[in-house]
Design a protein. Structure first.
Lengths: 401, 169
C-alpha cells in the first residue's frame, strides 16, 4: 500500500507518528513526538539512523530492502507497546526514484506508528479475562484429575484391604477350627486315657498272675496280653500326639524336625496304608534341629501330607509313594515332601500358595496359604513348590538351631 | 569494544511468565499480579560476552493459547529464542516442541533455549524428581534451564548463555 493511501485509510481517526528513511537507513524527517517516543535527544537529530530510534526494526532489514526495491508492498508489526501506549508499526514505500533502472524503486520508506491504544487496551481486557478463565479451567481440570487419581488409589487400597481382611478372617476361622478340634481332642484324651490306664493295669496284673503258674497255655495268654498292652501303649501315645499337635506353641524355639515329622507321620500312617500309598520318612540324621514353632510346623507337614495323599488318591498308579525328607544345609534345615501323583498343573504352580487356589474341587484353598504364612511370616523360613519327574515337591527351608 | 544489536524472542503459552522473566533480567524486579501481554513489548539490555557488548532487544510476545497460536510476524529476523514453559502446567510443556519448530520454520536454525519457569513452586525433592524425569523421558536438541522469575534463580545465567550462543553463531 502506498503511503498516501495509508494516510487516507487512517482517515484522521487515529493519531500517528512517523519517520522517513533513505536507502542507507538515515532518518530524513520525523514527526514531533518520535523523539520522545524513542528517547532521542534533539541534538542527535542530524545523524540519526533507523536503528538508533526504532529497535523494533532490528532484524527486519531484508524486508525493508524489499520495500525499497518494490518487491514487498509493505509490512507491519502490530500492537507494539511503547511508553504506555500501543502502536501498529507499518513500513511503507515513500518517494519513487526518478529513473526506473535504479536498483531501488523508491528513494524513501516511511515508518508509520499508528496509535491503536484503544483497540489494544480493549483487546487486552478480553485476553486477560479469557486467560484467567482458561487458568481457572486448567486448575479445575487438574484438581479433578488429582481427585480422580486419588479416588482410584483409594478404591485400590480399599480393595486390597478388603482382600487382606477377608484372608485374615478365613485364617482366623481356620485357626478357630483347629482350636475347637484341639479342645475336643483334649476332652477325648481325658476320657480315653483313664480307661486305657485301667486296661493297662489289668493287663499287667493278669500277666503277673499268669507268670506265677507258668504253664504252656499261660505263656500263650501272656503273649496275647503283651500284644494287647502294646496296642494300648500305641493308642495312648497317639492320643498324646494328638493332644500336643493341637496345642499352639507359645514361643519360637529350637525343635527336632525329625521328631515333629515322626509325630505327624504316626498320625496319618494308617490313612496312607488304607489307600495303598507308601509313606517314607528319610531324615539325614537322627536329630535335626531348627528354630520355629514345632506344633505349627507339624500342622504344615500335616497339610502337605494330606494334599499329597489326596493327589495320590485322585491320580492312582501301581507304585504310589510319598516321601518326607529332612536334611541340614549350611545354615538351614531343608524339609521336602515329594509325591509321584503327576504334579501340580502348570497353570497353578506359580500361584499355588495364593488364597483360594487349589487343585481339589472340594478344597477350601486355605491350607497352603496358611502353611506359607506359618513358615514365612511366623517362622522366617521359606516354602516353595515345584514339579519334579512324576510328582510335586514342596520344600521348606528353616533356620538351623 | 564493539556493540552488536541482537533480537531475542520469548515465546510460549500464556501465563508461563515470559514478561516476568524479562522484567527480572532487565529491571531485577518481580510482580505477582498476572497481566496478559497483548502484541509485543521490546526491552533492551546490554550484556558483555568477552570483548563484545551485545545489545539484547528482548521481544516479549503475546502468549499462545489453545485457540490462538502466536503471531509469527514478531519472529521476523530473530537471532535467538527462549521457549518458556510453566513447570507446574503440563500443557505448557507439551507445546515446547511446537514452539521450537515454529522458530525454526520462520527464522531458521538460530540459538534457542528452553526455560522451565516457576521452579520456586516445587520443593527441592520434587524439582530434582522432575529434572530427572525430564532427562529420562524428553529429549530436546537445545539447552534447558530451570528458572524462577520470582526468586531470580537461573534467569541471568539463562540469558547470558543464550547471548554467548549468539556470539558463537
Amino acid at each position: 500500500m502506498h503511503i498516501e493511501e495509508v494516510f487516507k485509510a487512517i482517515n484522521g481517526n487515529h493519531k500517528y507518528e512517523y519517520f522517513v528513511i533513505d536507502t542507507e537507513h538515515k532518518v530524513l524527517e520525523f514527526s514531533e513526538n518520535i523523539l520522545s517516543l524513542y528517547d532521542v535527544n534533539r541534538t542527535e537529530c542530524d545523524k540519526l539512523q533507523m536503528h538508533d530510534i526504532a529497535e523494533e526494526l532490528v532484524g527486519a532489514e531484508e524486508e525493508i530492502k524489499a520495500v525499497f526495491e518494490g518487491t514487498l508492498e509493505s509490512f507491519s508489526i502490530p500492537f507494539v507497546y511503547k511508553k504506555g501506549r500501543y502502536y501498529n508499526i507499518g513500513v511503507h514505500p515513500g518517494k519513487a526514484t526518478k529513473r526506473s533502472s535504479k536498483a531501488f524503486k523508491y528513494r524513501t520508506v516511511v515508518v508509520l506508528l499508528e496509535d491503536v491504544n484503544e483497540i489494544a487496551t480493549a483487546q487486552q481486557a478480553l485476553i486477560q479475562e479469557k486467560n484467567e478463565k482458561s487458568l481457572l479451567l486448567e486448575e479445575i481440570f487438574e484438581k479433578n484429575r488429582s481427585l480422580r487419581k486419588y479416588n482410584e488409589k483409594m478404591q485400590e487400597m480399599v480393595k486390597t484391604e478388603m482382600a487382606r481382611v477377608l484372608e485374615k478372617q478365613k485364617m482366623i476361622e481356620h485357626k478357630a477350627r483347629y482350636i475347637q478340634m484341639g479342645e475336643m481332642v483334649s476332652m477325648f484324651t481325658h476320657q480315653w486315657k483313664q480307661p486305657l490306664n485301667i486296661i493297662s493295669i489289668i493287663g499287667n496284673v493278669l500277666k503277673m498272675n499268669l507268670s506265677k503258674k507258668n504253664t504252656k497255655a499261660d505263656k500263650e495268654t501272656i503273649e496275647k496280653i503283651d500284644r494287647i498292652l502294646e496296642q494300648v501303649e500305641f493308642m495312648s501315645k497317639t492320643i498324646t500326639d494328638f493332644q500336643h499337635f493341637f496345642r499352639p506353641t507359645k514361643e519360637i524355639k529350637p525343635f527336632d524336625v525329625c521328631r515333629a515329622i515322626d509325630d505327624v507321620v504316626n498320625i496319618v500312617r494308617f490313612l496312607f496304608e488304607y489307600h495303598g500309598i507308601d509313606l517314607l520318612c528319610k531324615c539325614e540324621k537322627p536329630v535335626i534341629e531348627a528354630i520355629g514353632f514345632p506344633n505349627e510346623f507339624k500342622q504344615v507337614i500335616l497339610t502337605l501330607l494330606s494334599n499329597a495323599k489326596d493327589a495320590c488318591v485322585a491320580n492312582p498308579n501301581e507304585n504310589l509313594k510319598v516321601i518326607v525328607e529332612a536334611e541340614e544345609d549350611e545354615g538351614s534345615v531343608k524339609v521336602r515332601v515329594k509325591d509321584n501323583a503327576g504334579g501340580i498343573p502348570e497353570t497353578l504352580i506359580d500361584k499355588i500358595f495364593d488364597l483360594y487356589v487349589g487343585t481339589k474341587e472340594e478344597g477350601s484353598g486355605l491350607g497352603l496359604t496358611l502353611a506359607k504364612n506359618i513358615i514365612e511370616k511366623n517362622m522366617g523360613g521359606k516354602i516353595s513348590a515345584r514339579n519334579e519327574e512324576d510328582g510335586a515337591v514342596f520344600e521348606i527351608s528353616l533356620q538351623k538351631a | 569494544m564493539t556493540h552488536i544489536s541482537r533480537k531475542i524472542v520469548l515465546i510460549g503459552d500464556f501465563s508461563t511468565g515470559k514478561t516476568s522473566l524479562i522484567r527480572r533480567f532487565v529491571e531485577n524486579r518481580f510482580g505477582d499480579r498476572y497481566l496478559s501481554t497483548v502484541g509485543v513489548k521490546v526491552s533492551k539490555k546490554q550484556v558483555n560476552v568477552g570483548e563484545t557488548t551485545y545489545v539484547l532487544l528482548i521481544w516479549d510476545i503475546e502468549g499462545g493459547t489453545a485457540q490462538k497460536s502466536i503471531n509469527t510476524t514478531y519472529l521476523r529476523g530473530a537471532h535467538g529464542a527462549i521457549v518458556v514453559a510453566d513447570i507446574t502446567r503440563n500443557e505448557t510443556m507439551a507445546h515446547i516442541e511446537t514452539y521450537l519448530e515454529t522458530v525454526e520454520k520462520h527464522v531458521g536454525k538460530v540459538p534457542a533455549v528452553i526455560a522451565y519457569n516457576k521452579c520456586d513452586l516445587l520443593d527441592k525433592t520434587a524439582l530434582e524428581r522432575f529434572v530427572e524425569e525430564r532427562k529420562t523421558n524428553v529429549s530436546f536438541s537445545v539447552p534447558t534451564h530451570y528458572v524462577s522469575a520470582k526468586t531470580g534463580e537461573g534467569v541471568e545465567a539463562m540469558f547470558l548463555s543464550l547471548a554467548k550462543a549468539l556470539g558463537e553463531g
